[in-house]
Design a protein around this ligand. Structure first.
Ligand code: HEC
Length: 409
């Protein structure tokens, strides 16, 4: 059964990645298309065309025309783009359930988060995503929506509060994922509640030779622009689970907001570039901002509280242990706190294979993974959900041992 759940995880993840590529690919393509349209020649204008574009791909030349309203004759087949978005959201939700809800105690609950019960954490997760969706939809209905910069700032404030909350409710890794899931849900909601209804009304109106509601179209366009700026931050959140040194950092909750802002700013550079306006300063400042975040995080200690609490008693305790005793102790700690999951045949229920492909069942294997293991233990990420209840002093023993027995650094 455990292996089957792993297969479900694999299947949903594969589907989710493929669907997201299709969605974001289409979204990038249409944003590029729209911003690259140029004024058509007169004979096309007379037919109602407002934008003209020529491209070559796959050995053929394409002619794209964007109509002001409707073509002279409505085409028999009109392609809609919606299932890319819906299937990405649905498969992402399935993955959330399989990974974070079915295994909530391991993945959703953190060692020192407000909520320690798996069921409560699942309820909090649903509440978090639904609540954030309601707030976003409400914000869209305030006068703020007409002021681009003010709206962007209020979203940044909202995301910052959400990230802080998520880090107190869930394990750090799950917190990043929830910030990503929140923004991805806004994006899917934008398609479902904004863009699709507006497009249906637009097609109805032009098919009946009525003037489509311009406000509705503008509102849909605005939602689609939000999606465009959200894409890069969302993708960052979704791949962040591979990088505990980011989400596991004491200020990880703030770092994600800064990274998201710089990524969206970088996206702005490309949007301007498509319209023909090159502003390299935007790209450069976005890159510098990202480097600055990386440097700040690298130079400050991750999760200092965890380590400093523990180091005082340990350095004294450790000096009493001679080297041989220490080795025996560390070996014991590995057996008790890592090997149950990180071995060829894990004994921990719910694990079919060594997680992340990493085996840590002996001093040698721990040394081989020393750099990664140090980050994972220091940030509190490992042992996962602190299921084996590794004490702070034992954690410090492992960290000190890793610092002196370092194979990879
Ligand atoms: C309850 C099971 C469990 C225990 C106990 C456990 N781990 Fe893990 N470990 C995991 C899982 C699951 C992953 C993969 C998580 C992921 O994909 O981010 C993982 C990933 C890792 C990684 C890779 C992190 C990365 O992506 O860089 C390291 C290193 C690691 N564990 C070290 C340890 C060490 C050291 C211990 C003992 C102190 C330990 N783990 C105890 C389940 C466990």
């Amino acid at each position: 059964m455990t292996t089957f759940i792993e297969w479900l995880n694999l299947g949903f993840r594969w589907f989710h990645v493929v669907a997201a590529i299709a969605w974001i690919g289409a979204s990038f393509y249409f944003i590029w298309l729209d911003l690259s349209l140029r004024e058509p020649p007169k004979w096309k204008k007379d037919k109602g065309v407002k934008g003209d574009l020529w491209a070559i791909h796959g050995g053929g030349i394409y002619e794209v025309a964007k109509y002001q309203l409707r073509p002279e004759e409505m085409p028999k087949t009109l392609h809609w783009f919606k299932w890319e978005a819906y299937s990405t959201w649905l498969s992402g939700t399935a993955l959330l359930v399989v990974l974070y809800y079915l295994q909530a105690q391991s993945y959703l609950v953190g060692p020192d988060t407000w909520i320690q019960s798996a069921n409560l954490a699942i309820a909090a997760s649903v509440g978090f995503i639904v609540g954030a969706q309601l707030i976003y939809e409400l914000l869209l209905r305030t006068p703020l929506v007409k002021k681009g910069l003010a709206f962007a700032l209020s979203l940044v404030v909202l995301i910052t509060i959400a990230s802080w909350l998520a880090h107190n409710l869930f394990s750090a890794r799950a917190a990043y994922l929830h910030v990503g899931a929140m923004m991805a849900t806004w994006m899917a909601g934008n398609v479902f509640w904004g863009i699709m209804p507006a497009q249906r009304k637009f097609v109805d109106a032009v098919s009946n030779n009525q003037t489509p509601d311009e406000n509705l179209a503008l509102f849909a366009k605005l939602r689609s622009t939000h999606n465009n700026y959200l894409t890069l931050p969302v993708i960052f959140c979704m791949i962040s689970n591979h990088y505990p040194f980011v989400y596991g950092h004491e200020f990880g909750w703030l770092a994600i907001v800064a990274i998201g802002c710089f990524l969206a700013w970088g996206r702005h550079y490309f949007n301007l570039k498509h319209t023909g306006s090159k502003q390299p300063l935007i790209a450069i400042s976005s890159l510098c901002g990202l480097v600055l975040v990386a440097l700040t995080l690298s130079l400050t200690k991750p999760e200092t509280s965890l380590v400093s609490d523990a180091s005082a008693p340990t350095s004294a305790a450790q000096s009493q242990l001679d080297q041989a005793k220490l080795t025996v102790k560390v070996d014991q700690l590995i057996q008790q706190h890592c090997a149950n999951c990180h071995s060829q045949a894990p004994t921990q229920p719910g694990f079919a294979a060594p997680p992340a492909g990493i085996i840590i069942d002996s001093l040698e294997s721990l040394t081989q993974q020393s750099a990664k293991a140090h980050v994972a233990i220091q940030s509190g990420y490992m042992p996962l959900g602190n299921m084996t209840q590794l004490s702070d002093s034992d954690r410090a023993i492992l960290l000190n041992w890793l610092a002196t027995n370092n194979a990879t650094e």
